[in-house]
Design a protein around this ligand. Structure first.
Ligand SMILES: NC(=O)c1ccc[n+]([C@@H]2O[C@H](COP(=O)([O-])OP(=O)(O)OC[C@H]3O[C@@H](n4cnc5c(N)ncnc54)[C@H](OP(=O)(O)O)[C@@H]3O)[C@@H](O)[C@H]2O)c1
Length: 245
């Protein structure tokens, strides 16, 4: 099985890991559908892609926009739910419930809603790949102190994915989790430089050390580790950038 001629929708494809995923998938011959809010960033990604690229600017925290994305995208074989927000951060007692709801909308509800929109077509065609981006924070929920919401949403995404995978067994459609490692993106910069002061000193030190010691992965490396698993038959697995080749 190759990815040649498949259509892959990547959310958060305007920058970071999502952009690298789109470029990498196109290099494997897939046509790509690029979704995020910033049209200019999506168009920059489209210009880097060697196959057909469709740009769909949308806010995945808005259910009406998610439904419109699914409709406009048409037949999608590969769905990579990559977009997410790292906020709000800080002590849980100080969280703004409206911000909590907005983050859950993007990180959890949007992920499930887009899957709901695209899954019927995959099932009808008897082949599909769904990969949901998570974080090491979901495997060690005590790690990001001051990042309760992010941890909560990634644990939720992982629960959704493994349950979905069990439901999909035998259909030709698979659902897997990807933990991308600590990657040099704007999210990582924001966590280190802006959010760090509102997080536990040990959590802040982890992110600062990762940068200072040169341990950050490139988006291209992390994206490549995901793409290398995509044509296989894994279902309900947690893939990690750290997995041996
Ligand atoms: N970087 C890391 O070290 C790391 C570690 C563990 C897990 N992850 C996970 O990896 C994924 C990608 O992270 P990244 O570091 O590449 O992040 P990033 O650089 O911040 O990029 C996030 C992408 O998501 C899009 N996005 C954010 N909110 C959106 C919304 N409401 N609607 C549509 N698109 C939205 C952004 O575009 P717009 O702002 O234009 O919408 C952008 O294209 C995320 O799921 C993240 O949680 C990253």
């Amino acid at each position: 099985m190759t990815l040649e001629g498949k259509t892959a929708l990547v959310t958060g494809a305007g920058r970071g890991i999502g952009r690298a995923l789109a470029v990498g998938l196109a290099a494997e011959g897939a046509n790509v559908v690029l979704v995020a809010r910033s049209r200019d960033q999506l168009e920059e990604t489209a210009a880097l892609v060697s196959t057909a690229a469709t740009v769909i600017p949308a806010d995945l925290g808005d259910l009406a926009q998610v439904a419109a994305v699914a409709k406009q995208a048409g037949e999608v074989d590969i769905l990579i739910n990559n977009a997410a927000v790292p906020w709000p951060v800080g002590p849980t007692a100080e969280l703004d419930p409206a911000e909590v709801a907005a983050a859950v909308n993007v990180n959890v509800t949007g992920v499930i809603a887009l899957t709901v929109g695209l899954l019927p077509g995959m099932l009808a065609r008897g082949w599909g790949r769904i990969v949901n981006l998570s974080s090491g924070a979901a495997s060690i929920p005590t790690f990001m102190i001051g990042g309760n919401l992010y941890t909560t949403t990634k644990v939720a995404v992982e629960g959704h994915t493994v349950n979905l995978a069990a439901e999909l067994a035998g259909t030709g459609v698979t659902a897997n989790i990807y933990q991308p490692g600590t990657v040099d993106t704007s999210m990582q910069t924001w966590v280190r430089e802006e959010a760090g002061a509102r997080m536990d000193p040990r959590t802040r030190a982890f992110f600062t050390d990762a940068k200072d010691s040169g341990r950050l992965l490139t988006p291209e490396h992390s994206a490549g580790r995901l793409i290398s698993r995509l044509a296989g038959e894994d279902n309900g697995q947690t893939w990690s950038a750290a997995d041996p080749r």
